[in-house]
Design a protein around this ligand. Structure first.
Ligand code: NAI
Length: 630
């Protein structure tokens, strides 16, 4: 009997997210003009009691006084409470059911509503210790039984003592009265439950903080729904990441630390040591040196498009998946391109400049509609193809050039040769990626082949265009108008001067690399990147990872998932499967994808397995990282 464990669990704000008397107030005073002020008062009294600043009996009496509740309000209260069970209790319903005989709900609340809720989780009404309402003949709640131990101060320890439990007693609760059990020397350990409310004076006295029931079960090595509690996953977010992203990661239950600025290599090398997820934007360099210290790091989220600030290969070799937001600002770039094409076709940059100088130049000379003109899109990827659709809807004829065979959307046509593309487009807009071989692919030879009076746009990468050649053709008038958003050399910060040969050229729009910079895009990035990271942590899916082999996995159901990342050497899959076979493990699904460097194998297996197998899988020579999910 000595090893027997008993779990004493509080109800209000622990088993359920809410304080039941607050909810009863909402029900009983529904439609009453004083409802809001009454609710406020009840909450204040609850807090004073929970913090140990008001005697329990006083707190109960005062609250019941305000409530004006009746028996007939209870079904609605119970209905509402059953929807307010704490997330981690819902998740771990199997634990509650399995250990129902060892779980005691000890509460200063009322059996009248606690029993119907916990019974749904398999807990016997005999294991619920709480107060009971008293009613008058008309069913009005008049008070509570004053002889019940739980209506008096220090009632919880007395109640538990009277049960004479043999073995270890673990207490889980959010309030001061829960801590009192430990203080009285009855509990083995007191866990402050902070999933719903965090009370500093309770935390100060706790043996351990349990932000969720998962944490409580994890530290006590009990059966649980999640292999690893999310509150143990530390996230470090640098460079002012949009609030949306911070909120999403916090809601997932991670421990999130936020820094407004970037970090130097040295600072980050230190800060990264206990971090599991790192979020950055374009300034922070995630170098091999930083990664040397990143032994807990599972994933890096680049809250931007580019990832050249991250040493992707070292990440890959260490089994760290990198995610970015490749499509989140696609539409923003497209809209700017469309706007610029119209502006340049109408000579607006020059006209606007003249107006600001006091010159009224009303004429149609050199002004054209875009309707019917031939738009040449160079690079038909995410942005190029989206631009194709929007441009066509505005009446442009679209043709494109791409080194790869692409599906032409709508009526767009893929040009067979670059010369044909250059010679026949009225507008040429660049949307290629920034691979090194694309350096200066637009220079003297390309510009010379273009139509006279062509409009030229670059919103891709600066080094793709030979700027001196571009200037020559703008000055000569062959290029009638240009819109340039990206430059071979861009200022490091907003305080540095923008230096370029293109300044002050006619009908030329220069913008500071803002093609994708809109608030909508920022918000979408902040939504997209955490989503991909959470998918990876929760299911192992690596869809759109920049450096990992991409696998989209089904959600895990009634199975355990082994995630094995290894150096791509021959025979590893066979070794994994041999090991599984040796232990008679029933594989319900297996997925493998490799790239040149690593192999990524996911194996879903039936729930029961011998834990020895994990040790052996980790020992396979080429293993980089091994995780178990369930
Ligand atoms: P993507 O990778 O989806 O598309 C690039 C396309 O260019 C691919 O279809 C590829 O096959 C093609 N391509 C590459 N080299 C080529 C060549 N030499 N000749 C012909 N086709 C070639 O890229 P996405 O997302 O469409 O982005 C396009 C560019 O826009 C990138 O350079 C990106 O960095 C830039 N960008 C600029 C922003 C800004 O603020 N101005 C914002 C977002 C992206």
């Amino acid at each position: 009997m000595e090893n027997l464990k008993h779990f004493v669990i509080d109800f209000d704000s622990t088993f359920t997210r809410v304080e039941a008397l607050d909810v009863l107030c909402e029900v009983s005073l529904n439609g009453h003009p004083n409802k809001d002020s009454a609710l406020q008062k009840i909450k204040e009294i609850t807090d004073l009691g929970m913090e140990g600043k008001l005697s329990l009996r006083e707190s109960l009496e005062k609250r019941l006084d305000i409530l004006q509740a009746k028996k007939e309000h209870l079904p609605e209260l119970i209905n509402r409470l059953s929807k307010e069970v704490s997330e981690s209790f819902k998740r771990n319903k199997d634990f509650v059911k399995k250990y129902a005989d060892e779980i005691y709900i000890v509460s200063n609340g009322f059996k009248d509503f606690i029993v119907p809720i916990v019974e749904q989780y398999g807990i016997n009404p005999d294991q619920v210790y709480a107060n009971e309402f008293t009613y008058d003949d008309e069913g009005n709640i008049t008070g509570f039984d004053p002889d019940n131990l739980l209506s008096s101060n220090g009632g919880k320890p007395k109640q538990i003592q009277s049960l004479n439990l043999q073995g270890e007693i673990f207490v889980l609760g959010d309030g001061y009265t829960d801590y009192e059990i430990k203080k009285a020397g009855i509990a083995h350990k007191f866990y402050a439950f902070t999933e719903n409310i965090r009370r500093e004076n309770v935390l100060e006295n706790a043996d351990h903080e349990a932000p969720t029931l998962d944490e409580f079960l994890y530290v006590n090595k009990m059966e649980r729904a999640l292999s690893y509690p999310k509150n143990r996953i530390k996230v470090l977010l640098l460079e002012n990441i949009h609030d949306h992203g911070i909120k999403k990661l916090k809601e997932e239950g991670y421990q999130v630390e936020v820094y407004p600025a970037g970090m130097s290599e040295e600072e980050l090398s230190e800060a990264i040591k206990d971090v599991s997820i790192l979020g950055i934007r374009s300034k922070t360099q995630v170098t091999a040196k930083v990664l040397e210290n990143a032994n807990r790091l599972l994933a890096v989220g680049a809250f931007c498009i580019g990832t050249n600030q991250i040493d992707l290969n070292t990440c890959l070799r260490k089994g760290i998946a990198v995610f970015n937001a490749p499509y989140s600002n696609t539409r923003s770039v497209v809209e700017l391109a469309i706007g610029e094409i119209i502006m340049l076709m109408r000579n607006l940059p020059d006209k606007i400049k003249l107006m600001h100088e006091g010159n009224w130049d009303k004429s149609a000379k050199n002004s054209f509609e875009i309707r019917g003109k031939k738009l040449g899109i160079f690079g038909y990827g995410n942005i190029g193809s989206q631009l194709s659709v929007v441009a066509e809807s505005l009446g442009l004829k679209v043709q494109f050039y791409d080194i790869e065979e692409k599906l032409a959307l709508g009526n767009a046509e893929q040009c067979k040769s670059l010369d044909e593309f250059l010679e026949t487009s009225d507008v040429i807009t660049l949307h290629v990626d920034g691979r090194p071989t694309n350096k200066n692919i637009f220079g003297e030879s390309e510009f010379s082949k273009m139509k006279d009076g062509v409009i030229f746009l670059n919103l891709s990468r600066g080094h793709v265009v030979d700027i001196a050649a571009l200037k020559k053709y703008i000055v000569s008038g062959k290029i009638k108008g240009a819109g340039i958003d990206v430059f071979p050399e861009e200022p490091m910060s907003n305080n540095d001067e923008f230096i370029s040969e293109l300044r002050s050229l006619p009908n030329t729009i220069l913008t500071p690399h803002i093609g994708g910079s809109t608030l909508e895009a920022q918000e979408m990035i902040a939504d997209f990147v955490p989503g991909k990271i959470m998918d990876y942590i929760n299911t192992g899916s690596t869809s759109v990872s920049v450096n990992f082999p991409n696998i989209v996995l089904p959600k895990l159901k009634d199975a355990h998932r082994f995630i094995h990342i290894h150096k791509n050497e021959p025979g590893v899959l066979a070794e994994i499967n041999n090991e599984l076979a040796k232990h008679d493990i029933n594989v319900v699904g297996q997925y493998l994808k490799t790239n040149e460097e690593v192999g990524y194998v996911i194996t879903d297996i039936n729930k029961d397995y011998d834990s020895e197998v994990i040790k052996n899988l980790k020992k396979i020579k080429a293993t980089i990282r091994f995780r178990v999910l369930y």
